[in-house]
Design a protein around this ligand. Structure first.
Ligand SMILES: [Zn+2]
Length: 115
């Protein structure tokens, strides 16, 4: 199933294929500030045509994850990285999907602060 998502102002819009399973709520210094609820999918399941002119990228620590955000409204809808095996992966912030009921999510705490 395809899920539609966007930033708040709409400059970034996207679609993600798949069934939303477990989402991670990470306590690291970055995730806790942005309030991410992250769903990890193979990068190929994420489609967006946002021009880089509208999309900022933030990296920190080892700089292996590209956290994207809207340059107008600041919303951070997804990130791109590689999984431990080197496969392109996307981390979707399910808070930016249209059709998600938060009460139905299986939210798993992730201790990113300690790792
Ligand atoms: Zn925006």
């Amino acid at each position: 199933m395809a899920h539609k998502g966007s930033c708040h102002c709409g400059d970034i819009s996207f679609e993600v294929d798949g069934d939303i399973g477990q989402v991670l709520e990470c306590n690291c210094s970055h995730c806790r500030r942005k309030g991410y609820l992250l769903w990890f999918v193979p990068r190929a399941q994420l489609r967006h045509e946002t021009h880089e002119h509208y999309m900022g990228t933030y990296t920190f620590n080892k700089h292996v994850i590209q956290h994207h955000f809207c340059l107008r409204c600041g919303t951070a809808p997804f990130a791109e990285a590689k999984d431990p095996k080197g496969n392109p992966t996307a981390a979707i912030n399910v808070r930016c999907l249209e059709d998600v009921e938060f009460k139905d999510l299986e939210i798993k705490p992730y201790d990113g602060r300690s790792s």
